[in-house]
Design a protein around this ligand. Structure first.
Ligand code: UDX
Length: 431
């Protein structure tokens, strides 16, 4: 079928490419001519493993079309809204882009029935507002229905997450819209959850927030383990063996970042407060997450030797170049304030970090170069190449063989054997 996706960020571009690969004709609308030009030439603009090949294949076979024009809406069975909903100062989601595109969709609807489906993460009630905007701006007699179809892909594994999700959520008050969306999702795996608009909207925030809660809970256990002389890794592994809990998202360290968890926990708390509910549980998830970063920066300041530190890892997690809300930013700001010189390396995120820090940092060409003249190594993202590093060579390069590890990448016993002073999170360190 012919569909249109408005927005080409992680969610928009990955889902559009997968639907095109399944044989649909997919139009992707953007608003920046240079970006659309690059997308047309096969440049995905983001680093997402496996995406470039799919993009290339579907540009060649004509299933994917990038455009600045809203013309394709009139021929599309489904129009997805996949634009950004960033946090505002008060924590609420900024819906201005959603409102703008809702009006544009209304103005471009054709004669056939069209499903207008939100993929963006939006507060409860937004799709009702979209419906109202479309009603006010569409020509009389326009045939359409609004649906909510939230996306759960993770950066770095976006392609497989989209093809094989745990579940597909379809929320709508229109049976016809539900049927059209079910047809589109036929080649996609996962359970189907068919529900109303408000529930679908809430499912997305609740899903991200419970995962963020697991992470902050784990980081609180890490703090307690340090005081108690326990090992948070062992405690949480044992907790995760209870299959009611599961062993996922219990990794301790410097906490969560990225475009979703920080924004969505804040937004859900804002939604709760606007309902006059006590959102203490969510407020504390955020508090512990913030504390994890600053606590770790203090650990570095308390234990590092020398004024020059090597930093390995800048992106908010491995396999992405994304640094939005990355813990590395707060931690490096604390370290710069404390007077350290930082020599940094990340396999993908160097350009983005340079855009923020400019000449305040030294940018290394590779991980070993970052160690030159440094006295201590600080690890902030668990990229494979850091886990697989030749630690004997690292030891030789460091003036002082100290590693301070924010992601518990290495085994303390092995570090001791190798002769490092090693500090990590929530474990008994070797000194
Ligand atoms: C998340 C959700 O997982 C995804 O379903 C949703 O669609 C978008 O938000 P993403 O932000 O890409 O995906 O990354 P994710 O792998 O969930 O990690 C988020 C953050 O949590 C990262 O900073 C990661 O380092 C951190 N994390 C994750 C932990 O600190 N501990 C863990 O155990 C797991």
């Amino acid at each position: 079928m012919e569909i249109t996706m408005i927005g080409h960020g992680y969610v928009g571009l990955v889902t559009a490419s997968i639907f095109a690969d399944a044989g649909n004709k997919v139009n992707v609308i953007g608003r920046t001519p240079e970006k659309i030009q690059k997308l047309k030439s096969g440049d995905p603009l983001i680093f997402e493993p496996g995406l470039e090949e799919i993009l290339d294949r579907n540009l060649k076979n004509g299933n994917l079309n990038f455009t600045l024009s809203y013309d394709s809406i009139k021929d599309s069975k489904i129009v997805f809204i996949g634009v950004g909903t960033p946090s505002q100062k008060d924590g609420s989601a900024d819906l201005s882009q959603v409102r703008v595109v809702a009006k544009k969709i209304a103005e471009n609807l054709g004669d056939n029935f069209t499903v207008i489906s939100c993929k963006s993460t939006v507060p409860v009630g937004t799709n009702v507002e979209v419906d109202k905007i479309v009603k006010e701006n569409a020509s009389t007699g326009a045939k359409y229905a609004v649906a909510s179809c939230p996306e759960f892909l993770r950066e770095g594994t976006g392609v497989t997450d989209t093809l094989y999700p745990d579940r597909v959520i379809i929320g709508s008050e229109s049976q016809k819209a539900i049927e059209v969306l079910l047809e589109l999702h036929k080649p996609i795996g996962g359970e189907r959850v068919i529900t109303d608009l408000a529930s679908a909207e809430l499912i997305k925030y609740a899903s991200n927030s419970i995962l963020a809660t697991k992470i902050s809970f784990s980081n609180l256990i890490a703090e307690m383990s340090e005081v108690a002389g326990a090992d948070a890794g062992i405690v949480l592994e044992a907790v995760g063996l209870d299959n009611r809990v599961s062993d996922k998202f219990l990794n301790v360290g410097i906490g969560y970042g990225g475009a979703c968890f920080p924004k969505d926990v804040k937004a859900l708390a804002f939604i709760g407060k606007s309902m006059k509910l006590d959102t203490g549980i969510l407020d504390n998830v955020e508090k512990v997450n913030f504390r994890a970063r600053h606590r770790f920066a203090k650990r570095v300041i308390d234990n590092a030797k020398g004024k020059k530190l090597a930093i390995w890892g800048l992106s908010f997690k491995p396999n992405t170049d994304d640094i939005r809300e990355a813990p590395s930013i707060d931690i490096m700001n604390d370290l710069l304030k404390a007077g350290y010189e930082l020599s940094v390396y990340d396999p993908q995120a160097m350009g983005h970090i340079e855009g923020i820090f400019g000449d305040k940092l030294t940018y290394a060409d590779d991980k070993m170069q970052a160690l030159d003249g440094a006295e201590t190594l600080v690890v902030l993202t668990e990229w494979n190449e850091f886990e697989a590093a030749d630690l004997e060579a690292v030891k030789k390069s460091l003036v002082n063989p100290i590693i301070i590890d924010g992601r518990n990448v290495y085994d303390p016993k092995q570090m001791k054997k190798l002769g490092f002073k090693y500090y990590s999170v929530g474990r008994r360190d070797v000194k």
